[in-house]
Design a protein around this ligand. Structure first.
Ligand SMILES: Nc1ncnc2c1ncn2[C@@H]1O[C@H](COP(=O)(O)OP(=O)(O)O)[C@@H](O)[C@H]1O
Ligand SMILES: [Mg+2]
Length: 434
């Protein structure tokens, strides 16, 4: 199933995507021009006229293909039937999904986008499944046997981004002791997943834009151009439109990356899927921990069904792994992280002993000691909870709470918390390290 004529991206055939690209190039030229000569105005006018003619000529065939694709999932089908239809079309999704219309819509878009080479932008809060979705798009496309290369743009120091993405020539900078190929070259014929694209510095954005335009790269320090055929899937938990209004993300790059735009809803907007996910991760954790799936007391189930999950699916998954690891046959509220436990669970907790580290406000000898102990407890719970939500990435935690990273590191050290323990929790079953 093809959504658009893929040749359109190269600019030869007329396609919806090709036209959007041309319009963006035109807009970009106008946006970045400080002044224009009459001759240039004439040239741009001519381009605009051609574009208008091309829009009018969009072939019957193209319209037919688009209409046929639209028919595969008529929006007026009931969610249950839409879900069933997705499954019957042998759509590969390595996770679980129910009847939530918002998620179904995202999956249907991903399904249509997968067999094309169009760039896809996935947005959504941290832990909503963006990376999983990128893999799904790759797995359902024609490049599935080819490389899938993931790059976290937020985790690479600014001065190394370019070399990381495009490679470098020996001697290009201090430390470049040999020629090295970048991620784009490694992803040739396959897919590159650019995670946290909103963190890419402006200089990197310009370079990326050039790759999207020319399908060519240059290693740092080299004049040679290398053709790359790489499908781009990008993800962000930031509002790129707002970043571009603020001048921090190039608008033309945003439009080029988001030819197909998929938004993953936060878990609080698909609460009807929580029960399904609890069961799914209960089984998954049991498999990973080689144990029987944990049973849940009614009050714990009730809690899990009603909790807000600021860390979305990642948080739910981590909770299920934690519960499955700590509980015997049956899990109860006491197996939740301390700061999540509802007040009513307090007596059960007291029997469980004081928190690690020994600080316990209830047995303190003086008021000031009690205050300090309570404050330490709160601090520790806050850090653990935060790390769970962000999958153990200290930089992300620092950004989320607008805290200084080295101060955070110091607090973690004080409490003997290792951020990588939380990373492992999020990837306990063969997932990619984040
Ligand atoms: N629908 C789903 N079914 C099963 N697991 C899911 C689903 N969505 C997300 N996950 C899991 O939740 C965790 C977080 O997902 P991830 O793709 O890393 O989120 P993001 O990139 O948005 O932060 C991963 O372990 C992922 O496999
Ligand atoms: Mg992610």
């Amino acid at each position: 199933m093809k959504l658009f004529n893929q040749g359109g991206l190269a600019g030869s055939a007329i396609s919806y995507a090709g036209l959007i690209e041309k319009i963006e190039i035109l807009r970009s030229t106008l946006r970045w021009a400080s002044r224009l000569e009459r001759a240039e105005i004439e040239k741009l006018l001519k381009q605009a006229t051609t574009l208008r003619d091309e829009v009018m000529q969009l072939s019957h065939k193209e319209r037919f293909v688009q209409a046929a694709v639209a028919e595969t999932a008529p929006a007026d089908l009931a969610p249950r039937e839409r879900r069933q239809a997705l499954l019957e079309r042998s759509f590969i999704f390595e996770g679980t999904f129910g009847d939530n219309p918002k998620l179904l819509e995202a999956l249907e878009i991903a399904e249509k986008a997968a067999p094309t080479d169009l760039p896809v932008l996935i947005d959504g809060e941290s832990g909503t499944g963006k990376e999983l979705m990128a893999k799904v798009i790759h797995a359902n496309g024609s490049r599935t046997d080819k490389p899938y290369i993931s790059v976290n743009c937020g985790a690479i120091p600014e001065n190394l981004i370019e070399s990381e993405l495009f490679g470098h020539k020996k001697g290009a900078f201090t430390g470049a002791s040999a020629d090295r190929r970048g991620k784009f070259e490694s992803a040739h014929t396959g897919t590159i997943f650019l995670d946290e694209i909103g963190e890419l510095p402006l200089t990197g954005q310009v370079k990326l834009l050039r790759v999207l335009e020319s399908h060519e790269i240059q290693r740092v320090g080299s004049d040679e151009t290398i053709s790359v055929d790489t499908r781009i899937v990008a993800a962000t938990n930031r509002d790129l439109r707002r970043l571009s209004d603020e001048g921090r993300f190039r608008e033309d790059l945003f439009y080029r990356l988001s030819v197909i735009h998929v938004t993953l809803p936060p878990l609080r907007e698909r609460r009807d899927e929580i029960g399904l996910l609890v069961a799914y991760f209960g089984d998954e954790a049991a498999g990973a921990l080689k144990r029987r799936p944990v049973k849940l007391t009614p009050r714990l189930r009730d809690f899990l069904m009603n909790y807000a999950y600021p860390g979305n699916i990642r948080e739910l998954r981590n909770l299920m792994y934690r519960i499955s690891c700590l509980a015997g046959d049956t899990a109860d509220l006491e197996h939740l992280p301390q700061d999540l436990r509802p007040k009513s669970a307090a007596p059960a907790m007291a029997a469980g002993g004081s928190p690690p580290g020994g600080a316990d406000a209830s047995t303190a000898a003086s008021l000031s000691e009690a205050k300090r102990a309570a404050s330490d407890e709160a601090e520790r719970a806050f850090l653990e909870r935060g790390l769970l939500e962000v999958g153990g990435t200290v930089a992300e935690l620092a950004r989320r709470f607008d805290m200084n990273r080295s101060h955070l590191q110091m607090l973690l050290k004080k409490h003997g918390i290792h951020s990588k323990d939380f990373r492992n929790q999020g990837t306990a079953q063969g997932g990619k390290a984040r």
